[in-house]
Every structure is written in C-alpha cells, then in structure tokens.
Design a protein around this ligand. Structure first.
Ligand code: HPA
Ligand code: ZN
Length: 333
C-alpha cells in the first residue's frame, strides 16, 4: 500500500469531528429540487444538472447569492428535518462521530418561516442521529453580518426559548465591510445569556477582524481564519491562547481565497503550531464532505500521517464536548 492509500484509509476509518458546517450548505441539488416541488417554490433552474452547473463562484458574495436562493425552498419543520437527516447520513458514511453545525435563522425568518420549525426540524434529526448511530452534536446559531445589529436582538430572543438546543452563537455571511465590532452589543448580550461565541473571520477579511473577534466578541473559535498568517503578532496570540481555527480547504478554493489547493496555507498554519483542523463548510456547494476535504488536502499539500492525525485530534480538542468525551475520542485516534 503506498503512502497516499494508507492516509486515505486512515482518514476513512478514523472517528472524526466536524466543527464548521452550515446546515443550509448541505442542501444537495436533488433535495433542493424535491423541496421546490413539494413547497411549490419556483427556483431559477430546470434540473439538478442546471443547479450544479451554476456552482461556479468568484468570491464569497457570489456564492452567498446562490446559497440564500437555494435556502428559499426550506419552509416547514419537515424540510429542516429532511435537510439535517441527509447530513446525518453523510456523517455516518464519513465516520463523523461528533458535529457542531451552524444554522442561519434570519435567512428563513424574513421569508415568514417560523423559528421553531427551523430549530425543531434540525434538532429532531440530530436527536435521531444520536439514537440510531450514536452521533453527538451541538447547534450554533449564526447572525448574518450584512444585516444591522438591532434586528438580531429579536433573533437572540427566539434562541432564549431554545437554550436546551443551542449552545452558542456565530457570525457569518458577507465579511468585507462588516467588522465584528458592528455586533459588540449583541455578542455581549449573548454571552450574558451563557451562549458560547464563535465568528467567521479572516476568510476574505483582514487579520484585524480576527483580533476583534477575539477581543470584542470573545470568541472560543475563529471560523476560517486563514488570513492570520499576514500578522505575526496575531499568530503568536492565537497560539498562546490556543484559539482553534476551523479551516475549510475546498471552500477556500471554490471561493477563490487561494487559487489552488496546492497553494492553501493549512500546512503552514499547522507547522506554526496553530490549532487548525479541516471542515467542509457548505459541502453541497463546494464539492465534498469532510473525508473528501481531508483526502484532497492531504494529497495536495503532501501531508504525512502524523499531520493528518493532528488535524483530527485538533477537531476533538476544539469541540464543545466535555473533557471526558474529548479524551475518549482522542484515545481512539
Ligand atoms: N462564509 C461566510 N458565510 C457563510 C459561509 C462562509 O463560508 N457559508 C455560509 N455562510
Ligand atoms: Zn462557514
């Protein structure tokens, strides 16, 4: 068996955790098509092939436009259940034993969808995933940073009724021009309510947004964070504070953050001792779930088995699991 086959086998058979996954980004074209018919929602495509053919992006914003359009077919609790259940089945297939997923309530509320239908559909599918396959999970509610801060407080109020299901809040959507400090009051309010905080930062935006996510939003993890290498002092701080960076290699290529996977900076981040791991972000749009991300990245960056092991270990270490569960999984890698 050559080294690449060995690593591929290792990736497939090892229990893994995923920490950066937008559930709406796991909406496969087949389900999008099915739900558009079920809910009688017009979409701009006549076939599954047409949908797939439209997935060519030049940057984050060009993706977000199609991503929010796709989300329009999600209406009922059953839709959110079906969406999440499909992802759970992917987890089973990829041997993901723990997952922490994002959802974007604001993209649904503005279409008249009920918050409770969104969260209950997602939660019930994850609950079934636990009882049928033993897969554990956490739910993180994201605020859309291209919107104003004020209306987000209403969304936070919804989350208060579902504290048993939502562990934390995050920040996603269009990064450039929407700095973390825009959401200072909101994140303070969320922290007061005992929500953990995370934020997308340094995907396309500058290192300053990573600093502000740490200092102002008090995040436990940075989502993406690949721009951190532009600032040596920031790298030192991320290391000192052991702040995890949830890197998504295939996403970064699809959104042209790097021109090709061979030029991705994940290996550099890893070699600097940063707490990085691999995630799929929006797998239905970016061409692969977690195993594909890990396998393609290992191949392109020539990662050795020890480096792949560290990535998988970092994912459990950086999760919001309790220490016993973390140690239990770490002992199995
Ligand atoms: N970045 C920002 N917002 C998002 C993303 C992303 O990669 N995916 C879904 N919403
Ligand atoms: Zn993301």
């Amino acid at each position: 068996m050559n080294n690449l086959d060995l690593i591929t086998n290792f990736i497939k058979k090892t229990p893994k955790s995923e920490l950066h996954l937008h559930i709406e980004g796991s909406l496969e074209p087949e389900l999008m098509f099915k739900l558009s018919k079920r809910n009688k929602i017009d979409i701009a495509f006549n076939s599954v092939d047409e949908i797939r053919a439209a997935y060519n992006f030049s940057n984050l914003d060009s993706f977000l436009k199609i991503y929010y359009e796709g989300s329009n077919v999600l209406i009922t609790e059953e839709d959110f259940f079906d969406l999440t259940w499909e992802y759970v089945l992917r987890c089973k297939k990829d041997n993901i034993v723990h997952t922490e997923i994002f959802f974007d309530p604001q993209s649904h509320l503005e279409r008249g969808v009920k918050f409770d239908d969104v969260i209950n559909g997602i939660h019930n599918a994850l609950k079934k995933g636990h009882s049928e396959f033993g897969i554990t999970s956490k739910i993180i509610m994201c605020f859309l940073r291209h919107l104003d801060e004020e209306p987000c407080f209403k969304v936070l109020n919804h989350a208060l009724r579902h504290k048993d299901k939502i562990i934390g809040v995050g920040l996603d959507s269009s990064e450039k021009g929407n700095p973390p400090k825009k959401f200072e009051r909101l994140f303070n309010a969320a922290i007061k309510e005992n929500f953990l905080t995370v934020a997308h930062a340094g995907e396309e935006g500058p290192p300053e947004y990573i600093w502000d996510s740490i200092n102002i939003l008090k995040v436990k993890r940075i989502d993406h964070g690949v721009q951190c290498l532009k600032d040596e002092k920031l790298v030192e701080t991320l290391k000192e504070k052991n702040i995890p960076l949830t890197v998504c290699p295939l996403s970064n290529i699809k959104l042209c953050v790097f021109d090709k996977l061979e030029n991705h900076n994940l290996k550099k981040m890893l070699n600097k001792g940063l707490r990085v791991m691999v995630n799929s972000d929006d797998p239905a749009y970016f061409g692969g779930y977690l195993n594909t991300n890990l396998i393609e990245t290992s191949k392109a960056l020539n990662l050795d088995l020890d480096e792949v092991k560290v990535l998988i270990q970092n994912s459990f270490k950086s999760s919001f699991l309790d220490e016993n569960s973390k140690n239990n999984w770490l002992s199995k890698i």
